[in-house]
Design a protein. Structure first.
Length: 202
């Protein structure tokens, strides 16, 4: 574990966001997507192993081709060929419209899973107009562990297609005792563009 002083930490938070754990440094970075070309999925199929105890995926400006599409993810265990690992998850949210006339905070039961093998939604109903995007982060823990489930935490800021600002926090676990070495992101419908960066954290 590499300890860092407060000044270095301030620079890391400015560069990478507030999800830099105290005393830890992002020590590996892999970029996928160019933020301009629409693709069916963005997959990370190498570099995920026992080197790091957690992997953080920063998503910059997820922009779907289809209106009101959601960013989703799934994983593969070692030597598997399909993204279909069972997950148990839940989501809480808060939103406000641009006129501050409609606001809410609550539990979103439409996007949780109960040991299901679906792609897990991370951001709700992102619009497809030029100004409408979703950005946030997904952290996956202990992917190389051969005994325990794999926990995840995601937080996203989202410009909805109905001109609302919505914050989504999604947590859960992947009910898989074998190691995970592939992570894939895709839209709930249609293609999308985004830049997704993976960091390894010791």
């Amino acid at each position: 574990m590499r300890m860092i002083n407060s000044e270095v930490r301030k620079k890391l938070i400015w560069q990478y966001g507030s999800h830099v754990p105290a005393g830890l440094v992002p020590i590996s970075r892999v970029d996928k997507g160019d933020g301009e070309t629409a693709v069916a999925n963005i997959s990370f199929t190498s570099g995920i192993d026992s080197t790091y105890s957690a992997y953080v995926f920063k998503v910059y400006n997820f922009h779907p081709v289809d209106d009101n599409a959601e960013l989703t993810f799934q994983v593969n265990d070692t030597d598997a060929s399909s993204y279909d690992r069972p997950m148990t998850s839940l989501r809480v949210y808060a939103y406000s419209d641009e006129g501050d006339s409609a606001t809410a905070f609550g539990y979103d039961g439409t996007n949780d899973q109960s040991n299901d093998a679906n792609y897990q939604s991370l951001s709700d109903n992102t619009g497809n107009q030029d100004s409408e995007t979703s950005s946030g982060s997904l952290t996956l823990y202990g992917l190389a562990d051969g005994t325990h489930v794999k926990h995840f935490v995601a937080q996203f800021a989202n410009h909805l297609g109905i001109e609302y600002m919505r914050s989504d926090i999604t947590t859960g676990y992947i009910d898989e005792a074998t190691a995970i070495d592939d992570v894939q992101f895709k839209a709930s419908s249609g293609n999308f563009n985004a830049i997704i960066t993976m960091y390894g954290v010791a």
